[in-house]
Design a protein around this ligand. Sequence first.
Ligand SMILES: C[S@@+](CC[C@H](N)C(=O)[O-])C[C@H]1O[C@@H](n2cnc3c(N)ncnc32)[C@H](O)[C@@H]1O
Length: 323
Amino acid sequence: MKKEKSQYSESTNVPGISEFFVQKLLKKLKTLPEKVEEIGEKTAFQWVNEMLALYQGYRNFLSANHEEHFKKAFQQKILVLTNQSAVLKYCYDKPRGYAGDFGAMELIWSGRQGPKYCGYTGLGAYLNAFTLETDNCRANEYRVYYLKDRLIKGSYKIIASIGSGSALEIVEAVRDGYLKDSEIHLFDQDDGALDTANFGLRDFSGRLVIHRGNVLRTILKEKEKGFDFIYSSGMFDYFDITSAKKLTQRLWSKLAPGGCLLITNAHPENPTRLWVEYVTEWDLEYKDSDEMKSMSEDLNDLKNADIDMDPYGVYQYLSLYKR
Ligand SMILES: C[S@@+](CC[C@H](N)C(=O)[O-])C[C@H]1O[C@@H](n2cnc3c(N)ncnc32)[C@H](O)[C@@H]1O
């Protein structure tokens, strides 16, 4: 994480301040159910978000050593509450052995369709609903609609999703009657993700090709014939910029003339970052817009590149068009 210059000297009683902040948050979270009943869900969730935004500001001014204290104090008191929420517990536990698995995306997607109040305790249910209403979860839902729209509007013949997960956006597009004659290639290393996608696409009338394994190997083996649309969503967030550039080069070489390569990545200013990182231990390789743009360097036959940002300030969408 890029840090501002530390504001506090090492002699400042940051552990004391952090402890005070955590106590205040603890109280807020414990009284969330009553607050929702009293002032309504939207205002009550905003009431928590304002405190988290304040704490993110505080965090930005901490040295690495001080931040360690803050995170530890936070987790010691707060995890026992947040792990009562179904989605937060799943994200914290990482049952598939790694962060960023398709199961978390499925939980967010289906959770946002409702019911949102799902937890192991009453309070856990409220914290679950709170989390599903954060900018991060809204942005994840938006991502499915954004990609679905790009798939439909592009009228592409041969499509590849890299790190497809369960390919929610393709399932949604197919369910609505689109992509009938397309050839769709799904690349993922997680059998569970691909099996779920395969099931979701059981009525798909086009050609579905599934590539199991690490994409660094499977994409290399793929036929030379180009894809019209290659996209990777929710996967570059786990690659540092050097690896991301290498993967971009590889994907670019598989793109047909006139095709488009689309890459998503979370932005460092993600407003839900404190909650995501402290409560779920979910650390991403955030990239700012300059780093995103740098991924288009040295691409042969690049016609143009543009970046969209979602309305929540969480995910960027880099589109690279080939001549
Ligand atoms: C967060 S999910 C994203 C799923 C979906 N594309 C989306 O937008 O929600 C990331 C997916 O990338 C896959 N993945 C991560 N690294 C990979 C690699 N090196 N090779 C193949 N798949 C990978 C994971 O298995 C997981 O299904």
